[in-house]
Ligand binder design. Structure first.
Ligand code: ATP
Ligand code: MG
Length: 346
């Protein structure tokens, strides 16, 4: 295990700046003395785009490549035309670093405001495919803007791409106590892509006899996320279904202030990137109101990815303890960060 962490930090826009500061505070507090932490900040996002017109210059992309991992706050601002930063920065990074796993754990901590509060333990993880599906930008529009317009958005699914995400999901299921993996798709209607996913899911499953498997259509899955969330352990699904399901999962497990995610390249060829699921929240930016917990939990995912499982677990325990003591009294972003840093170092 490496005893140094070379971290790229992209605080980004709005509350991204505020929550990343807390994430770094907790990271410094949790690491043992002998682990050397180096961080380098990258000024990317809406401010940079307004100032220079740049989203992600090649030199910075190249430089990012050299780090062990990336911590991202949030990118985006209503003043930037939709798509500019998404395609020019976020998706560019995801494709350049081949982040084919989008990992979104969903856990209902005790004493969390949730429509499902008081339900049995909810603790599942969604493994969303990150580089294929309808997100590849394959399509077009004919007779644009006329009443006869025709637009297509082609969903790309390759055996290579599906197999590597399915295999990663089996590995994650195998490593968890319940060892259960659910494939979510819509193969009764999306027969071409859906059958490819199901065939590969079944074939790879032969290599994981200990893992119990299940298949659900995505519409049924949305119902079970709310009515029987405890039935899930690991879920594997395509890019678009995963996008929608993970927002639903965040909503039922305590909201966007708690949801963490990782954009992962498990091969280690490129750095993986960890970030809270929420956006830049311009409505509360600069007011110290943002909850940094999602970012702190993203730091835990980052640590586990780099082999610091014990430190990751300490962060998750600190978060659980902090949430358990919340009584509705508002606390600042900084105060929550301080409390979590104190807990992990204590
Ligand atoms: P984006 O397009 O970047 O996803 P968005 O407006 O869709 O932005 P968010 O920025 O995630 O979504 O904000 C959605 C709502 O949740 C806003 O009202 C925001 O204030 C709130 N919110 C988001 N993150 C947090 C947080 N960490 N703590 C508290 N409230 C938050
Ligand atoms: Mg959003």
């Amino acid at each position: 295990m490496s005893r140094s962490i070379d971290l790229a930090v992209i605080p980004g826009d709005g509350i991204g700046q505020e929550v990343v500061a807390q994430g770094l505070k907790v990271l410094s507090a949790v690491l043992p003395q002998d682990v050397k932490l180096e961080t380098r900040k990258y000024d990317l996002g809406a401010r940079r785009w307004h100032a220079t017109g740049e989203t992600l210059p090649d030199a910075e992309l190249e430089s990012l490549k050299g780090h062990d991992a990336i911590l991202l706050g949030a990118i985006g601002d209503p003043s930037v035309p939709s798509g500019v930063l998404e395609r020019g920065l976020l998706l560019k990074l995801r494709f350049a670093f081949d982040h084919f796993i989008n990992l979104r754990p969903s856990k209902l901590f005790p004493n969390t405001a949730s429509p499902l509060a008081g339900r049995p333990d909810i603790d599942f993880v969604v493994v969303r495919e990150g580089t294929e599906g309808p997100y590849v930008g394959n399509g077009g529009s004919l007779r644009t803007g006329t009443p006869a317009e025709v637009a297509t958005e082609v969903s790309l699914n390759t055996a290579y791409g599906v197999e590597r995400v399915v295999r990663d999901a089996y590995e994650r299921a195998q490593a968890r106590p319940r060892k259960k993996l659910t494939l979510v798709h819509k193969n009764n209607v999306l027969v071409h892509a859906g059958h490819l996913w199901k065939r590969i899911f079944d074939a790879v499953g032969q290599e994981y006899p200990e893992v119990t498997t299940d298949y659900l259509h995505v519409d049924a899955a949305t119902i079970f996320f709310v009515t029987q969330p405890e039935r899930f352990d690991v879920i594997v699904t395509d890019n678009l279904f995963g996008d929608i399901l993970t927002d639903l999962a965040a909503a039922v497990t305590g909201g966007i202030g708690l949801a963490a995610s990782g954009n992962i390249n498990p091969t280690g060829e490129f750095p993986s990137m960890f970030e809270p699921v929420h956006g830049s929240a311009p409505d509360i930016a600069g007011q110290g109101k943002a909850d940094p917990t999602a970012t702190v939990l993203s730091v835990a995912l980052l640590l586990r990815h780099l082999g610091y499982a014990e430190e990751a677990a300490r962060i998750e325990e600190a978060v659980a303890a902090d949430l358990a003591e919340r009584d509705g009294t508002p606390r600042t972003t900084d105060a929550i960060g301080d409390a979590l840093a104190a807990r992990v170092s204590g």
